[in-house]
Design a protein around this ligand. Sequence first.
Ligand code: 5AD
Ligand code: SF4
Length: 442
Amino acid sequence: MQEKYFIVTYGCQMNVHESEKIAGILHELGYVEGERLEDADIIVFNTCCIRENAENHAFGNIGALKKLKKSKPELLIAVGGCMTQEKGKTDVLKKKFPFIDIMFGTLNLERLGELILRKKAQKKKVIEIQEKEGEIIEFAGAYRTSYPNAWVNIMYGCNNFCSYCIVPYVRGRERSRKPENIVNEVQSLVAEGYKEITLLGQNVNSYGSDGKTGMTFAELLDAVASIEGDFRLRFMTSHPKDFNEDVVKVMQKHRKICRLVHLPVQSGSNAVLRAMNRRYTRERYLEEIKMLKEYFPEAEVTSDIIVGFPGETEEDYLQTEELVKEVDFASAFTFVYSSRQGTKAAEMEEQIPEEVQKDRIMRLVELVNSLTRKKSEKYVGKTVEILCEDYDKKKGLYLGRDEFGRMGYFSSEQDVIGKFVDLHITKANGISLFGEIVRVKE
Ligand code: 5AD
Ligand code: SF4
């Protein structure tokens, strides 16, 4: 019988895609995907450390395996991702959870296969964390689990050192993949039938800024969008300090590129933005939105917003609210600031009390939700193109997203996963839309 794996993923899209790469490595070794944690022969935790609660979550779940490991000593437990890459964290993990067999980092993910083989040949645990980023290593394919969507890394790491953020410390400096490797990967994905490609990077707009790729992000986007085939193209994350008109012009040239930009603003207050080391102002951010809407009045913007950053006053917070209303985001991820050891912000004096943070996040979530709801209502009566992604067994409905990332549910006699369908929206419920199929694009 073939051995089974189970991967537990925390955090962002980058991690979700990296788990697909981990799955690819495990398949190479002969493992198959297991359905339940309890049946697995190897469990891999792909961790996140961007906020404290992501870490606590992982700690809790790893700890819960103690019993299983005791009753099944041959079970391998591997922990990788951003948390293991944090300074001193492997020692903490070793002490807290002596039953972990393998630890690896974000910078040597491609070596997991070798580490597993090494662990199988020895009793001692295998810990290998690479301290410094090297050249990008292209390795055998990911085992993708999200058809018809596919994620493609265009770059790794981050150079920005926003004062609250741990990412540059755990993912190293920016490295861009070679354009030909990216174009080839997308070409094969499209040939395999993938219908939505998302180009991924911590700050996609600075693609190629190391001068090694011979291409800017706008040029890369143009090259990828020029690949023939019926697919949608998205990219994330854009950084407001680097987002520019060149990119928007490429969006105008290719209808394949979704008119949706994820442009994290983080705060609406210039004082807070400065303390965050974001290197743009509120005014500049609003200018960029204006420029985007001049090209595409229908364009939508999504964002990431942090409340309770050290020193944030009520006045600063209200400026964030004002900006949210002015931009009218399609949706936004909202976060309470979480102090991360080793970052500049963790040293700042004026940390905000938890009650104040909680109060602000509640008000912000309510505001963002009310904007999203209002937008949902405007959909009713319209017909939109949805890329069908999945079937929801509980609801008995198919689901997919429109160009702006809005989820639509519908029933269908035939299996339409991976197809573009025109959906006449009959009902809106919070962020979800419900409709009837008008046409299936063959
Ligand atoms: N606390 C809260 N939110 C954070 N983010 C990054 N670091 C922190 C932190 N220390 C948020 C930012 C970023 C998103 C991916 O996570 O909004 O855009
Ligand atoms: Fe973190 Fe800022 Fe880099 Fe984004 S751009 S990963 S928030 S340091």
